[in-house]
Design a protein around this ligand. Structure first.
Ligand code: AMP
Length: 286
């Protein structure tokens, strides 16, 4: 593979470019994305570069992970801008398949995880995680990377992917990248572009609120009361709250009462825009 970024659009070309690299003993990292790339995505590319010899980024707005009333058609797309950013970030290969390449006529297989996908984001987005699991399984089989990098921003998704890789014995290491935020705490997201100026002003309250929930858990307050307080605070600021939850960081099972190691996760709408975020609750040192 020459230095610089190469764009491929078919599975055959992807494999043709990667085979010699693999033969030369080089390690490969895959960073799956839906494009409209921002510094959060690019931090995953940087992490991938620090771990592997070659970095492949996929850009595919996956229709089967969107619900019928969701934003598939309006999801931001900027292939030329994305390719420029990936070149600057030092990615080697960008895989940009179209829908027919990923889901040719007669496609009917679904990867379905079960339990882990049934609540939190899965409760209000039925079929979402099956769509994610199906496309990620395909990408892992198409690229056969040594490792694949996903953001903790989509924390439930990261655990879903770790679970499916374990269940299906896919020989790949799954790594999580830390959430990249704006200076005011708002997690970077392609969907932040939908926010009106006044919604954008309110949006950082999501991170602020779950951070307060995490802090109250560290002080020994109960999880249920902390979540209710968080929900009220968000509602008072104009959010339509989907969930504020305290969960086991490995299984996402609910936790109540005083907790030690946990993850606080939330999803809430500002107008039509659904924002998600999460923070760790770390045990205090005493
Ligand atoms: P998306 O394009 O939204 O599907 O995201 C592609 C990958 O980037 C996923 O693994 C996301 O979790 C990750 N990602 C999105 N936003 C951020 C962020 N603010 N910080 C770190 N990773 C992110």
């Amino acid at each position: 593979m020459p230095s610089g970024l190469t764009t491929v659009r078919t599975v055959a070309d992807l494999r043709r470019h990667l085979a010699p690299r693999r033969k030369a003993g080089e390690s490969i990292a895959l960073v799956p994305t839906m494009g409209a790339l921002h510094a959060g995505h690019l931090s995953l590319v940087t992490l991938a570069k620090s771990k592997a010899d070659r970095v492949v980024v996929s850009i595919f707005v996956n229709p089967i992970q969107f619900g019928p009333r969701e934003d598939f058609n309006t999801y931001p797309r900027d292939e030329a801008g994305d390719i420029e950013k990936l070149g600057e970030a030092g990615a080697d290969l960008v895989f940009v398949p179209d829908t027919a390449e990923m889901y040719p006529g007669g496609f009917s297989t679904k990867v379905s995880i079960g339990d882990l996908t049934e609540d939190l984001c899965g409760a209000n987005r039925p079929n979402h995680f099956d769509g994610v699991a199906t496309v990620v399984t395909k990408l892992l089989l198409q690229c056969a990377p040594d490792m694949a990098i996903f953001g903790e921003k989509d924390y439930q998704q990261l655990l879903v992917i770790k679970h499916l890789v374990r269940d299906l014995n896919i020989p790949v290491e799954i790594l999580g990248g830390e959430i990249v935020r704006e200076n005011d705490g708002l997690a970077l997201s392609s969907r932040n572009a939908y926010l009106s100026p006044s919604e954008r002003e309110t949006a950082p309250l999501l991170h602020q609120t779950i951070s307060e929930v995490a802090a109250s858990l560290v002080r020994g307050e109960g999880a249920d009361a902390a979540c209710v307080a968080g929900r009220f605070k968000l509602q008072a600021a104009g959010f339509r709250v989907d969930y504020v939850a305290v969960r086991d960081p490995d299984t996402l099972k609910p936790l109540s009462g005083p907790v030690k190691r946990a993850r606080v996760l939330a999803a809430a709408y500002l107008g039509k825009t659904r924002l998600i975020d999460n923070v760790p609750v770390l045990p205090t040192s005493q």
